[in-house]
Write a protein that binds this ligand. Structure first.
Ligand code: NAP
Length: 278
């Protein structure tokens, strides 16, 4: 990224959002960051008075998103890059997890991100430039038992990102889905929503998964500052990727998944071809 740009990043209180905001500010850019409390906003703006601008916004407050984005464009300036980072993980076996928790997971991780994209796109389209980064997850490629709703939401955001990229590329707008592996943020700590257990049949599968995730929280391999630098390097590129994995764990697991998927497609090719009728 060369010239001074304005980034709009959702969820800058901690983790990837905070690290990316700090890296962008250090590089001389302006960052409008969304937070969910006035207190978090004050702390964010103190990072770089005048260049760090906070807006209080829950991304599920769909009624407010257009107004907040219009206000940012009018008072701070054109948004060159939107980073849909706000999100959280729901943990729970599907059969045990209420539908309301799935709705909330998709409201934040999918509908919130889409509402933000719909809010910035009109002005980006008029300007014929812009970049949208959607933080998905390796869970948008591979799946793991015990985070079914989360994987579903990240698969959705991966698919939406890829299709949208094809729709807006003619307008000079890029869309990149960034899929991190396990990183040292608050994701598996204070931010995770864990459904209570109720069905003993799942104990052998799920108990070790929950325990391992709790024990690993705070000790993950991935460094969010290094992820932030990688993300920042994409903005302003002539030809940024549509998908980017971050972390060697994501690389290994996603490669294995794609190779197993290819093997399964090949193994069933005869049945697949057998349904052509005309
Ligand atoms: P984090 O430290 O918990 O940060 C999450 C951020 O999202 C916080 O700023 C949080 O705000 C904000 N947020 C959550 N729900 C929100 C809502 N409804 N409206 C507005 N903001 C909301 O975790 P993180 O790992 O940096 O998470 C950032 C993104 O990375 C998420 O989309 C996550 O799924 C994804 N991701 C993380 C990992 C990982 O290993 N860490 C891996 C793959 C993908 P509050 O402070 O107000 O809660």
């Amino acid at each position: 990224m060369s010239a001074v740009n304005t980034l709009l990043i959702t969820g800058v209180s901690s983790g990837f959002g905070r690290a990316l905001a700090e890296q962008a500010l250090d590089a001389g850019h302006r960052v409008v960051g969304t937070v969910r409390s006035e207190q978090a906003g004050t702390a964010f703006e103190a990072l770089s008075p005048g260049r760090a601008v906070a807006r209080v916004l829950d991304v599920t407050d769909f009624e407010s998103i257009d107004r907040v984005v219009a206000d940012i464009e009018a008072t701070v300036g054109p948004v060159d890059a939107l980073v849909n980072n706000a999100g959280y993980g729901h943990e729970g076996v599907m059969e045990e997890s209420p539908l309301a928790e799935m709705r909330r997971q998709f409201d934040v991780n999918v509908f919130g991100a889409v509402a933000m994209m719909k809010a910035v796109l009109p002005a980006m389209r008029v300007r014929r430039r812009g970049h949208i980064l959607n933080i998905t997850s390796m869970g948008g490629f591979i799946t793991m038992p015990g985070i079914t709703y989360y994987c579903g939401s990240k698969f959705a955001l991966e698919g939406i990102s890829e299709a949208l990229a094809k729709e807006v590329r003619p307008f000079g707008i890029f869309v990149t889905a960034v899929a991190p592996g396990s990183f040292r943020t608050d994701w598996a700590g204070r931010s995770m929503i864990r459904s209570p257990r109720s069905i003993p049949d799942y104990d052998p599968l799920f108990d070790p998964i929950r325990k391992a995730r709790e024990e690993k929280s705070g000790k993950q391999l991935g460094d969010p500052v290094k992820a932030a630098r990688a993300m920042l390097s994409l903005i302003g590129m002539d030809n940024p990727p549509t998908h980017l994995l971050l972390g060697s764990d994501a690389l290994g697991l996603v490669r294995d998944k794609l190779s197993a998927l290819k093997d399964e497609i090949d193994a069933w090719e005869t049945v697949t071809r057998s349904t052509d009728g005309y």
